[in-house]
Ligand binder design. Structure first.
Ligand SMILES: *[C@@H]1O[C@H](CO)[C@@H](O)[C@H](O)[C@H]1NC(C)=O
Ligand SMILES: *[C@@H]1O[C@H](CO)[C@@H](O)[C@H](O)[C@H]1NC(C)=O
Ligand SMILES: *[C@@H]1O[C@H](CO)[C@@H](O)[C@H](O)[C@H]1NC(C)=O
Ligand SMILES: *[C@@H]1O[C@H](CO)[C@@H](O)[C@H](O)[C@H]1NC(C)=O
Ligand SMILES: *[C@@H]1O[C@H](CO)[C@@H](O)[C@H](O)[C@H]1NC(C)=O
Length: 496
C-alpha cells in the first residue's frame, strides 16, 4: 500500500496542474473574462437604447408576468397561516363501533369546515343521524398483509397513506385519530401553525401510564390521542408503508406501525402536551383540573372513563366541555390560582370545567399537580404515570371543595362569565372545622375573564399561567364568590 487512507482523503495534489499549464490557463481565463465583460456592457447599452427587446422571445412580458405572479401566489399561499381547511382528518373506525362512537365525533366535527373521512371496514347499511354528518370511506386492499394480533390494526395504520393517495388539494397536515377521539380543532390549528408544513413532522403525544410507554414506546404518538403528519412526511410514508406493514407485521397496534415506518424515514416524534391518549382508569378529574400550560388539543377514551361531569352521561359531559371551549377556545382547561388571605382559602380554576377551593393556603406547586383520581390503564395501579400526581387525602378536611361548570355566558365585549356550582359527594365523612364551614357556604363561584387572544398559542411566546383575584374581598353574596382572571403583572407571583 503506497497511500494511507488519510492521505487519500486529503489528496491535495491530485487536482493541481503542472506549473506551466496553469500559467497559460490563467492568461486564457483573463482574456475570456475581458471579452465577456465587453459583450455584456454592449448588450446592456443596446437594450437601454433600443425600444424593444427581442433577444429572448420566451421572456415576452405577458408570459413572464403571469408565470411570476403564479409562482409568487403559490409562494404567498405557502406563507399564509395554517387554518382548518389545511387539515385532512382520518378517523379509524369500523362499521360495528361507528354507530355508537359517531356521537362523540359529532360533538367536534363541523360539517362546514372540517375536512376528512372516517375509514370503515365495510359499507355501512344504515347511517345514524350523527354518522351521516361525517363522510366515510371504505378501506381497500388491506387483507393481503400478514398480522399477528389484530387485522384491523393493519387497516387503520394505512389511513394516513390512503388519505394522501386521495390527493386532496391544499392539505398541509394529515391528522389521525380514533373514532372516539375528541379534537379541539381551533387549538390543533394553533399548534400546527407553529411548524413548517413543508418539512417532515410527526406530532402527537404518548401515554399517561408508564407501563404503556414501556410496552409500546415513549417515542411513539399514541393513536387515540391523535397525531399529525405533515404533507412531505405523508408522501414518504405513501412509498414506504406497504413494505413497513410486511416488516412489522408482528406489532400490536396501528399507531405502532406508523411509528415504525416514520422511524425508517428518521423523523422523531414532536411531543406536545395537549394531546391526551387518556390511558387511565376511573375518574380523569385530576388530569383535567390541572392541565399543563399548553392548549388542549384532544381527549380520548371518554366513553371508557367515568363521566367528567357528575350526574351527566359521558356524552353529555363532553358536550358541556366542548360548549365552553367554543366560547373561548385557547382558554379551555387553563389553570389560574388565587388566595383569599382573610379566610385563608386557595382557589384553583380550570377554566370552563372546574374550580377547587382549599380551606387552607396551598402553594402553586401543589395546586398545579394533578390529584390522583385515577389508576393506570393496564394494571389499574396507583402509578407510575408520566407526570407527578398527589394523592387524594382520606381526611375530608384536607380535600378541596369542588365546583363544576354550570353556566357560561358569552359577553359582547370579549368577556366571558362562567358559573361553577358546588358539588357535594355522597360521602359519609364530612369536615366540621370552622374554616371549612366558611368555604362550604359558597354555593357558586362566578369567574369573569377576557377572552384569550385567538393567536395566544400560535406564536412561540413563553407560556405563563394567568393570574386571578377574588373581587369582592372574599365576601359571599347570596352564597356566591366572584373571581376575575387576568394577565399577571410582570412582577406578580403566586406566593402564600
Ligand atoms: C397580453 O395580455 C393582454 C391582457 O391579458 C392581452 O390583451 C394581450 O393581447 C397580451 N399580449 C400578448 C403579446 O400576448
Ligand atoms: C385558509 O387559508 C387559505 C389560504 O391558504 C384561504 O384561501 C382560506 O380562505 C382560509 N380558510 C379559512 C376557513 O380561513
Ligand atoms: C336501519 O335503521 C332503522 C331505524 O333505526 C331500523 O329500523 C333498521 O332495522 C335498520 N336496518 C339495519 C339493516 O340495521
Ligand atoms: C405471511 O406469513 C407467512 C408465515 O409466516 C409467510 O409464509 C408469508 O410469506 C407471509 N406473507 C407475506 C405477504 O409476508
Ligand atoms: C361532625 O359533626 C357531626 C354532627 O355535628 C358528628 O356526628 C361527626 O362525628 C363530626 N365529625 C367529625 C369528624 O368530627
Amino acid at each position: 500500500m503506497s497511500l494511507s487512507r488519510l492521505e487519500l482523503l486529503k489528496a491535495p495534489n491530485l487536482l493541481a496542474l503542472p506549473e506551466k499549464t496553469s500559467d497559460s490557463l490563467v492568461r486564457c481565463m483573463r482574456v475570456g473574462l475581458l471579452l465577456c465583460l465587453i459583450a455584456s456592457i454592449s448588450l446592456a447599452l443596446y437594450s437601454a437604447f433600443s425600444p424593444k427587446s427581442h433577444w429572448f422571445p420566451i421572456l415576452d412580458r405577458n408570459r413572464t408576468s403571469s408565470v411570476v405572479s403564479a409562482v409568487s401566489a403559490a409562494a404567498a399561499d405557502r406563507e399564509l397561516p395554517t387554518n382548518i381547511s389545511h387539515i385532512l382528518f382520518g378517523l379509524g373506525s369500523s362499521v360495528n363501533t361507528w354507530r355508537d362512537r359517531s356521537r362523540y365525533a359529532e360533538t367536534w366535527w363541523d360539517p362546514k369546515t372540517t375536512r376528512g373521512y372516517v375509514w370503515l371496514d365495510a359499507k355501512p347499511d344504515n347511517l345514524t343521524d350523527a354518522s351521516a354528518k361525517i363522510p366515510y370511506r371504505v378501506s381497500e386492499d388491506w387483507t393481503r398483509f400478514n398480522y399477528s394480533s389484530s387485522q384491523s390494526a393493519v387497516r387503520i395504520s394505512r389511513i394516513a397513506v390512503d388519505s394522501f393517495r386521495l390527493r386532496p388539494p391544499n392539505v398541509r397536515w394529515f391528522v389521525m385519530g380514533d373514532d372516539d377521539t375528541v379534537f379541539f380543532t381551533r387549538n390543533l390549528v394553533s399548534v400546527l401553525s407553529r411548524y413548517d408544513h413543508n418539512q417532515m413532522y410527526y406530532i402527537g403525544g404518548n401515554s399517561e401510564s408508564v407501563e404503556q410507554n414501556v410496552m409500546h414506546s415513549y417515542d411513539m404518538a399514541f393513536g387515540g390521542g391523535g397525531f399529525a403528519i405533515s404533507y412531505p412526511l405523508a408522501a414518504r410514508l405513501a412509498v414506504l408503508m406497504d413494505g413497513c406493514l410486511d416488516r412489522y407485521y408482528n406489532m400490536y397496534g396501528s399507531d405502532q406501525r406508523v411509528w415504525a415506518c416514520v422511524s425508517e424515514v428518521g423523523v422523531p416524534l414532536t411531543k406536545l402536551r395537549g394531546f391526551h391518549q387518556l390511558d387511565i382508569r376511573g375518574d380523569p378529574y385530576g388530569v383535567l383540573a390541572a392541565h399543563p400550560l399548553a392548549p388542549l388539543v384532544s381527549l380520548h377514551h371518554l366513553g371508557a372513563l367515568e363521566p367528567i361531569f357528575p350526574n351527566k352521561t359521558p356524552l353529555d359531559s363532553i358536550k358541556s366541555l366542548v360548549h365552553a371551549y367554543r366560547v373561548d377556545p385557547p382558554r379551555i382547561l387553563q389553570q389560574s390560582f388565587c388566595y383569599d388571605r382573610r379566610h385563608k382559602c386557595s382557589v384553583s380554576i380550570s377554566w370552563g370545567y372546574t374550580i377547587q377551593l382549599h380551606p387552607s393556603m396551598v402553594s402553586a406547586l401543589v395546586l398545579q399537580t394533578p390529584l390522583q383520581t385515577f389508576k393506570t390503564w393496564r394494571s389499574w395501579n396507583d402509578g407510575p404515570f408520566t407526570f407527578n400526581t398527589r394523592p387524594v387525602s382520606s381526611d375530608p378536611c384536607k380535600q378541596p371543595i369542588t365546583y363544576f361548570l354550570e353556566h357560561i355566558k358569552d359577553g359582547k365585549i370579549g368577556n366571558t362569565l362562567t358559573t361553577y356550582k358546588r358539588f357535594v359527594a355522597h360521602r359519609e365523612k364530612k369536615c366540621n372545622k370552622t374554616g371549612y364551614a366558611h368555604a362550604m357556604a359558597m354555593q357558586r363561584i362566578v369567574v369573569i375573564s377576557k377572552k384569550m387572544d385567538p393567536q395566544y398559542w400560535t406564536e412561540e411566546q413563553a407560556p405563563r399561567r394567568q393570574c386571578c383575584e377574588i373581587t369582592n374581598r372574599g365576601s359571599i353574596r347570596g352564597g356566591t364568590m366572584q373571581i376575575r382572571i387576568r394577565r399577571c403583572r410582570p412582577s406578580e407571583s403566586i406566593t402564600i
